[in-house]
Design a protein around this ligand. Structure first.
Ligand code: C2E
Ligand code: CA
Ligand code: CA
Ligand code: CA
Length: 277
């Protein structure tokens, strides 16, 4: 037993070393990933429940590492955050996504929204509102077609600072969306006091929706509450028709999930619109 304990310890230690080496490698590679054009975006449609039309798309970053292959954002975003690299990476995402949406809207003759994920690290940067304004100007996207997805983590540090930033961003005319609702320190105070346009209910709720009766009530109550506060609701992670049907009866505004479409690269996006015509 002693022998085994020792080798397990050695294994643990070496796997820790491997993890450390991997994250150091990723950190180094991240520094040159924009320049080397290793990032690209996927776009996942958000469907308007009442009309069945596309309300907009969420932009999701992808990274193809030259040696390690595809790296999930779940792995590299926090490295980008801790090194501050999320600032230029986030600016690249916004620029690329806004330009794509201007193209798509022109080609399809529509006014679809682009939702961009924003890290708390980015938004706390003084230059952030100016960066957003410049990006809108350069891309020609109308401000009301840009939506920023933020999470509740932003408010952990300072609620007052967050409100100031929100006011500046709202003055630009863009939409603000609260992502992953229900996973963090969801508080009614945030919801009541912040100018949030859209509430995104986390996919964990959707997953449990048809499993227990209490989940149905919870989902319905959150949607009702959001509407009382004059917010739109997007439910994430809709994978089955049955979930969609249920959400319709709860007056959910928009849905997003594999049942409608996986996130698509730009080629798939073009095919998608050709098929829809
Ligand atoms: P998120 O913002 O909550 O994005 C939704 C995630 O759920 C995406 O994972 C999406 O591919 C996945 N998803 C969509 N529909 C379904 C479904 O029906 N079922 C299931 N099981 N999953 C679904 P992805 O693309 O791997 O992104 C993971 C997270 O990485 C995102 O979660 C977001 O927090 C972060 N992220 C992605 N792109 C960016 C970015 O450009 N900037 C920042 N700051 N974070 C990003
Ligand atoms: Ca999101
Ligand atoms: Ca989410
Ligand atoms: Ca998430």
């Amino acid at each position: 037993a002693k022998q085994r304990g020792k080798s397990q310890y050695a294994f643990f230690e070496s796997s820790m070393k491997m993890n450390l080496i991997r994250s150091m490698t990723l950190e180094n590679s991240l520094r040159s990933a924009i320049k080397n054009e290793e990032f690209y975006l996927h776009y996942q449609p958000q469907i308007d429940v009442r009309t069945g039309l596309i309300r907009g798309f969420e932009a999701l970053i992808r990274w193809e590492h030259p040696q390690l292959g595809k790296i999930s954002p779940l792995e590299f975003i926090h490295i980008a955050e801790s090194t501050g690299l999320i600032v230029p990476i986030g600016a690249w995402v916004m620029e690329t996504a806004c330009k794509k949406m201007v193209d798509l809207n022109r080609v399809t003759g529509s006014n679809m929204i682009i939702s961009v994920n924003i890290s708390p690290v980015q938004i706390s940067n003084e230059q952030f509102p100016a960066m957003v304004e410049e990006t809108l100007k350069r891309s020609g996207l109308s401000p009301n077609l840009l939506e920023l997805e933020i999470t509740e983590n932003l408010f952990i540090n300072s609620f007052e600072v967050a409100i100031k930033i929100f006011d500046r961003l709202k003055a630009i005319g863009i939409k603000m969306s609260l992502d992953d609702f229900g996973t963090g320190y969801s508080s009614l105070a945030y919801l009541k006091n912040l100018p949030i346009d859209t509430l995104k209910i986390d996919q964990a709720f959707t997953r449990d929706l048809l499993i227990h009766k209490s989940n149905e009530h919870l989902m319905e109550s959150i949607i009702l509450m959001a509407h009382t506060l004059e917010m739109d609701v997007i439910v994430e992670g809709v994978e089955e028709l049955e979930q969609f049907d249920r959400l319709k009866t709860y007056q959910c505004d928009h849905v997003q999930g594999y049942y409608f479409s996986r996130p698509m690269d730009t080629n798939q996006l073009e095919d998608y619109f050709i098929k829809m015509k």
